[in-house]
Design a protein around this ligand. Structure first.
Ligand code: CS2
Length: 490
């Protein structure tokens, strides 16, 4: 039996105005940002900050389904398997699928009412090279957007074209707010937009860099992708038959850099932390929460485990992530003022144990090449610089084990040679490396030399190489559980 609390919309959705355009309409947007906007409009009984939410590549089906329900949907927030809040949300005023025809999206982006454009386009949507964070000019979609700027395919290309047209019309720009899991995400979208804008002339590029604000933000809520199974559970447990509902944890956090020259909702009254510097929050969350998630994903999958809650039900995994967080990640963090790191870590472990979510490890494992640089590799890099050890001994054995498990996953075959799909932009590159170098020594050396993922300091670092190699060999010969055991209790 689940105890259900229900929360209804308190404003008339027909009487609000759209002020935010969001690109990347998935479960996370519906369960996180849209809920903060909903709370804001509930408090004001309406307002001008309703959202026009767009998908530009995939998921036209969700757009159609939402439109069929006038964009009303529900968010089921589970504190645990016995307590949930079912929230009605009307904060999305319209849903747009901007595939080949982007006219509806551009109409919104050019509206004088649009003050903010928010993004959840995932790490790869920024079209930056993971290792050095500059625009990836080898990306065919970026090449397309450089050659045909008025028919953009990428998120940075769409933003540049919209800003170009706004400037030509004499309109003020909008503020671009990144809500993706990357440190300094505002600076990253600025980098992509400005590099691309430079192809439209230096004058325009200078207008963008002087007039467009790119605040950073740290977003946090565990919102797994919806499945038939989770929809069926909502129906059974909460009597909710909404096909667009999302299921998530009760916890939610949004820390936003307060830099909105075109105006913003008064989110500080809705639980959003509006701050001057988001960076300490971002690194804390990425290295502790997301870094642990990635460890659970690659090692859990190697041990044939399917969900986060199943992994942390095993004491070995809890010991492993606790050790990673306290001995490897924590020493590199400048914790935000007022946050107690020990409590933060314990809360994370509790959040991971929320078994009502059934958060699939395979979902977290997606796009690892875009995720591990900011989650793990920056930790190793900083440790190397700080230690400056002559013998190059690695001080981050758990990250080395994680990297070994990631490389194993990227082969597309587990230790027993059972195949699995690899959903990652660099899947082919790593598959080719594996076919070319069948000796573990060579495969690992060449994998770590991949400049698309590993920073220069790790391309040829002997201590790190030895640690990854021995972990990889142990994963192959002893399997994941024995490897973790040997490491956690040594
Ligand atoms: C996860 C995140 O899929 C992943 O990579 O680590 O989506 C995670 O659930 C969120 O960042 C939590 O805020």
């Amino acid at each position: 039996m689940v105890m259900i609390t229900t929360i209804k919309t308190l404003y008339n959705p027909e009487k609000v105005n759209i002020g935010i355009v969001h690109i990347g309409l998935g479960a996370f947007h519906r369960g996180h940002q849209a809920v903060y906007v909903e709370k804001n409009m509930n408090r004001h009984k309406g307002g001008n900050w309703s959202i026009s939410a767009a998908n530009v590549r995939s998921n036209a089906e969700l757009v159609n389904q939402l439109t069929a329900q006038r964009c009303q949907y529900h968010v089921a927030e589970y504190s645990d398997s016995e307590n949930a809040t079912l929230r009605e949300v009307n904060a999305i005023g319209e849903a747009i699928f901007a595939g080949d025809d982007k006219s509806a999206l551009f109409a919104r982006l050019l509206s004088t009412d649009t003050k903010i454009v928010t993004l959840t386009v995932t790490e790869k949507g920024y079209c930056l090279t993971p290792a050095d964070k500059t625009l990836n000019k080898n990306d065919p979609n970026i090449q397309h957007d450089i050659s045909f700027p008025d028919q953009p395919k990428t998120a940075p290309g769409i933003l540049v074209e919209a800003l170009f047209r706004r400037r030509a019309l004499g309109l003020a720009p909008f503020t671009i707010l990144s809500c993706d899991n990357m440190p300094s995400n505002g600076a990253l979208i600025r980098q992509a937009v400005c590099e691309l804008a430079a192809y439209r002339g230096t004058e325009f590029e200078s207008w963008v860099s002087h007039h467009v604000a790119f605040p950073s933000s740290m977003v946090d809520r565990i919102v797994p992708a919806m499945t038939e199974h989770s929809l069926a559970r909502l129906q059974q447990e909460l009597h909710c038959t909404d096909p667009n509902a999302v299921m998530c944890e009760a916890f939610s956090q949004w820390v936003v850099e307060d830099n909105f020259p075109q105006g913003r909702p008064d989110w500080e009254h809705d639980g959003v932390q509006m701050v001057k510097d988001v960076h300490p929050f971002e690194t804390m969350k990425l290295r502790l929460l997301n870094g642990s998630h990635s460890l659970l994903a690659y090692l859990g999958l190697a041990a044939n485990i399917q969900t986060v809650a199943e992994a942390v039900a095993l004491p070995e995994f809890v010991t492993l992530i606790r050790r990673y967080m306290t001995s490897e990640a924590m020493p590199t963090l400048n914790m935000p003022q007022g946050v107690n790191v020990v409590e933060y870590i314990e809360t994370l472990i509790q959040r991971f144990s929320n078994d009502s979510l059934q958060h699939q490890l395979s979902q977290i494992a997606t796009d690892g090449s875009q995720k591990i640089p900011q989650r793990w590799l920056s930790i190793v890099e900083e440790n190397i610089v700080e230690e400056n050890t002559a013998e190059e001994k690695t001080v981050t054995p758990v990250v080395a084990l994680g990297v070994a498990a990631w490389i194993l996953y990227m082969r597309g075959k587990d230790a027993s040679n059972n195949e699995h799909p690899v959903n990652d932009p660099l899947a082919e590159e790593f598959n080719a490396l594996h076919s070319k170098y069948d000796k573990p020594e060579e495969f690992i050396r060449h994998s770590l030399a991949s400049k698309s993922v590993f920073p220069a300091a790790l391309n040829n670092n002997d201590g790190f190489y030895q640690a990854v190699l021995s972990a990889y060999q142990s994963l192959l010969s002893k399997g994941a559980m024995a490897t973790i055991n040997a490491m956690s209790f040594q």
